[in-house]
Design a protein around this ligand. Sequence first.
Ligand code: MLT
Ligand code: MN
Ligand code: ZN
Length: 299
Amino acid sequence: MRLRILGSAAGGGVPQWNCACANCVAARSPDGRVRPRTQDGLALEVAPGAWFLIQCSPDVHAQIRAFPELAPREGRGTPIAGVVLGNGDLDHVLGLFSLRESTPLTIVATDSVRRALVDRNAMFRTLERFEGHTRWRTLVLGEPIELETSAGPTGITITPYPIPGKVPKHLEGTVTPSPEDNVGLWIRDARSLIVIATAAGGPGEWMNRLDGADAVLLDGTFWTSNELVRLGLGTARAEDMAHWPVCEAIAALASLRARKKVLTHVNNTNPILVEGGDERAAAHAAGWTVAEDGMEIVT
Ligand code: MLT
Ligand code: MN
Ligand code: ZN
């Protein structure tokens, strides 16, 4: 399989518009110590020249522009066959509204993620402009679903498993949390397995399912629990935001044998962004690569 990292930053991107932390300052300077990154998004090639987006960030317009293989070839003939969502956080769904220009769109998501987008959300009606504009396919926990293009089935399945997470921030206190709120994606073809766990709030049963994966993409949001507090940029710990600190996660996953281990959805404050930095070196020593926009994983 071929997976392209369109965007490797957490919500807000790198640099973040309202942040003057050392990383964001470095990302605005030309010295290259911290590379700018767009928000979490992936593209999976499901058949020659056909792609599914995985997550749909507010940067999707620029991400499509930056990757010519996603450009339409004739008329409105986009090579994007659909979008898969792992949760309903705004950094994973806002880009859907940038794809509203009247091409039928397949969205693959759990029922709880679908409801978070559609229920009581007048804006979502912009993706229901005509019969068949949005076609939902439901991810059911533990059940494989085969991705399809207009040419038919692709031989690639996605199986969602619950990962500790949270309801989207704007729905906190208004909906009952569900294991379907945040899912990891186990993506298989005949030869290989890629696991996308880019929002992972902590350890759990899901870790037992990583054996045999060829590539694992893991939540790289924060290096430590108190990163925002220590920098004076916030009061929440990583765990409060359902992100497992990377320094703990890579220790817990020390025996993971995947050929490719990638940290992505990296927050602007995370020291692993600094080229030549100690934390980045520690992640590398543990076998993890820090994602960059445009990186590809081929299994
Ligand atoms: C997160 O990953 O914690 C969310 O993207 C936060 C948010 O939606 O603002
Ligand atoms: Mn996020
Ligand atoms: Zn910053």
